[in-house]
Design a protein around this ligand. Sequence first.
Ligand code: AMP
Length: 434
Amino acid sequence: MYKAPRGTSDILPQEQNYWKYVKEKAVLVCHLYGYQPLTTPIFEDSRLFSRTVSGGTDLADKEMYIFEDRSGQKLALRAEGTAPVCRAYLEHGLFNLPQPIKLYYIGAAFRYERPQAGRYRQHHQFGYEALGDVDPALDVEVIEMAQQFLLSLGLPKFSIQLNSIGCELCQPGYIKSLQQHYSNHIADLCPDCKTRLLKNPLRLLDCKKASCQKIAETAPKITNYLCPKCQEHFQNVQQGLKTLEIPFQLNHRLVRGLDYYTRTVFEIEPQEEGSQSALGGGGRYDNLVEQLGGKHTPAVGFATGIERLILNLKRQKMEIPPSCKSVAFIAYLGEGAKIEAMKLASRLRQAGIAVIKATGSKSLKGQLRQANSLGTNYTIIIGEKEVKNQTVVLRDMINNKQDSVSIDELVLSLKQNNPPRIISQIHSQPPDMI
Ligand code: AMP
């Protein structure tokens, strides 16, 4: 038997209402803050990720899905959303428009990780990016938007962790001090941190191993090393959050997993027991567009994992509005009735009424059992007598009543009680995640 590859999953129909719910809230918050949708390819030139995420991060080292196509071009499955957005920003000359450009995406990301609850090899991210403006007010807006999105989902229990990791001017001085501090404890470092010490020292602060965390506690704080401009930026971000009464906690050990961040970094931590993984994170990446060959373009963004949001919704036992069901089930008895049922189903669907028609030659009892399990509001029953009289038996499954009605009457009354829905009410926007 084939199974979905390890770390991936099927999203079954009964799960889809959660996805629809989350995507609708995402689209709504983007609309409120003036972000436009952008869909990028599911694979890119592998260098887009390896050069930007870069320097000794897990993602660049071992987590990317890289393959060669038939022409020998090295491609990578989308590992994260920000670098593709920047690539598209440059490729389509969006820097020529009034800045900042505000874009959002909802799509799959692929990372070869050890699968566990909330960590998969294929997951889906909702993220948004504001490119082309250095104003700290934009950092504040991006954080506020993340807060508002989570609140709109009905997930009020989270904390916003905030830090600044400086810029290319002040970071090197800090990294030197950090390396010095960790070098004094080298015997107690885990093997990964021994590598980090050389390849990506900032990530030392992020290690979850108890012995390394102890060393991190006494490590120098980056906020004491910020240059005047980074210091001012960080103060303004904090002031803006206070003005909007957005609670946050300063966390001098927060550095984020990807390598392109500068200045503001933030992460959203759930406060539920047993959920240690971040719900989302983001920050500034003022050098990324330049790294990809563009002009200096300050930018800031956020991304969250949809699977993790849904895990938290379920943990909090959030009631999610049910998916749209079919209005009626059509059952029949006998060959003549089967043809009438086919004609009636076609007529109702053309009138915009969603129906499910029985198939095959099940007993009426079997058909009614199926109608019950589908949970339709009505069951329409057609037998030989109904064929002759051009009527149907209309059973109201909610009020447990039934009536004989003419076919014309039936169409009219179902139409009146169940006005056709427009597609966007049934399916989420944007249409489907890719
Ligand atoms: P990142 O791109 O690493 O900043 O991740 C952004 C968000 O995506 C995280 O905060 C998680 O909510 C989610 N995420 C990242 N990696 C995974 C994964 N392997 N499985 C599920 N969700 C993930």
